[in-house]
Each structure stands twice: as structure tokens, then as C-alpha cells.
Design a protein around this ligand. Structure first.
Ligand code: MRU
Length: 368
């Protein structure tokens, strides 16, 4: 859907929807350099694991299109150095590192016209992410459609805004709705940054999918009150080989609540979010974010409020906590595989072997 297109690429132009201004204003920011791409990712103008990787890849593509290299060796050296720089923008989502590794391999292997080979590979990533998300939507709606109940709960924003299009967990919600399998989706506000209240609400309203916003702290009460909420479905920033999953802070407690209430807990992610180099979730780096996301009411840092003000958008923070309050603000948590019922990828649906507590993501999915 056009109003939800987070990433616009028309060679050599890249524009991203500025998510700091949503849901109040739809404004695109043009990206022509890696510095701008890095800033867009670090400042959360763009966010969501797959979107971060693609904006980095295409940001460098835009830069490369505007350059004249003396030869392939120079192009290769430039691209490799810029890929290393882009990887310093955010630490948790593996998609960025996976994409950088694949793109570096492309330029290393290219025998001629390295810059053109790079741009074509970055463009293929954009197309592949949409195709992967559509496949996730099909697998996920088939899997979840078979469970009793006609409502689901989701967390954070995993839709078109977080990807190249369609979305992962929210892509499944979209497909369930279109297939007539869904009466209502509940979605969390996703404190402190409010990706749910701002972005998921915006996406669901765009498509008129019946949806209800809940506080993060209302989830257990919701699962107890409404047995028709058959599953919690979330995205992922990094999935270890055993299925331990890093995702937006609050995901872990949703999984505990789902287990207690006997509901399915489903992770939806492209295989670019799977990090087979990590045996389990203990090795995942968790991004720590600014304390003022928690200590003030809007969930925004002073810097993002200033950015909104500069764009002519009135957005005030309301200090809630007394000045100087210590705050711990991890942006992600790791849900142990033991609490996850299924992992939906574009290749199919991973479920655990009978009696197992972990997944084996190094093999083909069980349901494919
Ligand atoms: O900090 P964010 O907004 O980038 O975090 C996003 C999430 O945690 C998403 O759930 C995850 O990236 C999956 S997006 C398809």
C-alpha cells in the first residue's frame, strides 16, 4: 500500500518515510550518502530489522551511483569501508550485518564493474524482502488459521513500515484478515518508544483492520479475559540457531503470559534474521537506549522532540519521573526458545521435535 511505503528506491534516488513524524505527518527524507543512511537508522527515522538492512544497503547504493571510481579496486575498497561504517548504526538486528556480509561477498566476487554489481545486489535485497514477507504471511496465516479462536495479539511494529513491504508478524495479521480468519487484532502500545501506539495503529487504520490498542501491562489480563485471542505473534531482530529470539523489549514477558494462559507464541521473521553463528541467545548484543525515553511521557528522547519541532510539528515531552531518576532502558529482550511455539520464515514453519525445548534452525523447516 502506497501510504505505507517506508522505502522508496528509484535508481539512483532513495527516500525513506520519516517515522519520527508518524502518525501525524507523512514526510519522506532523501538519502544520498552513507552518513545520511547511518543517521536515519541511528535516529530511528527508519527502524525495524529488515528495513534497517535495506536502508543501509540502498543508502550506499545511492552514494555509489553518484561517484566516479578510478577503477574496480577503488570501488571495492570504498564499498567495503562504507559497509563497515554502516554496521555501527544499531547493534541488535542481525539483518544489517547479514546484508553487509552478503554485499561484501558480491563486490569481492565481481570481476568487473564492481559498483554496478553492488547496486544490483542491493536492489535485489529490496525485492527479496517483499517476496519473503509475502511467503511468511502465507505460511503464518495457514498455521495460525488452523488454531481455534479468531483474534491475535501483536507487539511493536513489524509491518510495511519495518520492512520493504507487507511486514512479518503484521504481514500474517494482514493475510489472516484478508482470508476472513481474523475478527480483531490486539496490539500493545510498546513502551517506551510506542512503536505499537504510533506505527502499528497507523498501519492497521490504513487498511481498516479491526484493532484494539492495549497497554503493555494489560496483556495478561487480556489473555485471561478473552479466550478467542488464540496466539501472540511477534517479529524478531535476531534469532539464534536454537530459536532463542531477540525482539522488542516486552516480548519475553508476552511469551511468559502466553505460556501461562496456554496460547500459541509465534515468531515471524525472514531467514535474514536468523544468526546461525550464535548457538543461543546469550551472545546477542542488546541495544541500550537513552533514559529519557522512559522518564518522560512521550517516549521520545529530547533529540527526537527537537527534530520534530524543527519539522514544524508540535510535540512536547512531559517529564514524569523526578529529575535524575536512574533508568534502565534495554531496547530488546531475548525470549528463550522453550517459550516459543513456532517460528515462521519464508521457507516454512519451524516447530520443535517432540519433547525438545529448542529448535534446530540449521535444517529445513518441519512444515514446508
Ligand atoms: O527498535 P525498533 O523499532 O527497530 O524495533 C523493531 C522490532 O523489535 C521489531 O519487532 C523487529 O525489528 C521485527 S520488524 C519486522
Amino acid at each position: 500500500m502506497d501510504c505505507l511505503q517506508a522505502i522508496k528506491w528509484e535508481r539512483p534516488r532513495l527516500a525513506i518515510l520519516n517515522q519520527l513524524l508518524l502518525p501525524h505527518r507523512r514526510e519522506y527524507v532523501e538519502i544520498t550518502t552513507c552518513e545520511q543512511a547511518h543517521h536515519a537508522i541511528a535516529s530511528m527515522q527508519t527502524r525495524g530489522a529488515p528495513a534497517i538492512a535495506i536502508v543501509a544497503a540502498l543508502g550506499l547504493a545511492a552514494e555509489v551511483c553518484g561517484m566516479a571510481f578510478a577503477g574496480d579496486a577503488e570501488a571495492r575498497a570504498h564499498i567495503r569501508q562504507r559497509l563497515a561504517y554502516l554496521q555501527t548504526s544499531r547493534p541488535t538486528a542481525v539483518n544489517l550485518f547479514e546484508a553487509a556480509g552478503r554485499l561484501a561477498a558480491v563486490v569481492d566476487a565481481a570481476e568487473s564493474d564492481v559498483a554496478a554489481a553492488y547496486v544490483a545486489a542491493a536492489e535485489r535485497m529490496l525485492e527479496a524482502d517483499v517476496a519473503d514477507n509475502r511467503a511468511i504471511g502465507r505460511w503464518g496465516s495457514e498455521y495460525l488459521g488452523a488454531l481455534a479462536g479468531d483474534k491475535v495479539l501483536t507487539h511493536c511494529n513489524t509491518g510495511a513500515l519495518a520492512t520493504a513491504g507487507h511486514g512479518t508478524a503484521l504481514g500474517i495479521v494482514r493475510d489472516m484478515w484478508r482470508a476472513g480468519q481474523l475478527a480483531r487484532v490486539f496490539f500493545t502500545e510498546t513502551r517506551p518508544y510506542n512503536q505499537g501506539a504510533r506505527l502499528t495503529a497507523f498501519e492497521l487504520a490504513c487498511e481498516a483492520i479491526p484493532a484494539t490498542l492495549v497497554c503493555d501491562s494489560a496483556v495478561s489480563a487480556l489473555l485471561r479475559a478473552d479466550p478467542a485471542v488464540k496466539a501472540v505473534v511477534v517479529g524478531a531482530d535476531r534469532v539464534a540457531a536454537n530459536g532463542d529470539t531477540a525482539n522488542k523489549i516486552g516480548t519475553y514477558q508476552l511469551a511468559i503470559a502466553a505460556r501461562f494462559h496456554g496460547r500459541a507464541f509465534v515468531v515471524a521473521a525472514p531467514s535474514t534474521s536468523i544468526d546461525l553463528a550464535l548457538r543461543d541467545g546469550a551472545g546477542i548484543t542488546i541495544e541500550q537506549r537513552a533514559p529519557d525515553e522512559i522518564t518522560a511521557a512521550s517516549g521520545f528522547t529530547r533529540a527526537s522532540v527537537d527534530a520534530a519541532a524543527a519539522a514544524g510539528l508540535v510535540r512536547e515531552t512531559l517529564q514524569i519521573a523526578p529529575a535524575g531518576t536512574d533508568a534502565w532502558n534495554p531496547s530488546f529482550d531475548v525470549t528463550p526458545a522453550a517459550l516459543i511455539t513456532a517460528i515462521v520464515t519464508e521457507r516454512g514453519v519451524y516447530v520443535k521435535a517432540p519433547g525438545a525445548d529448542v529448535f534446530d534452525l540449521s535444517v529445513a523447516p518441519k512444515l514446508a
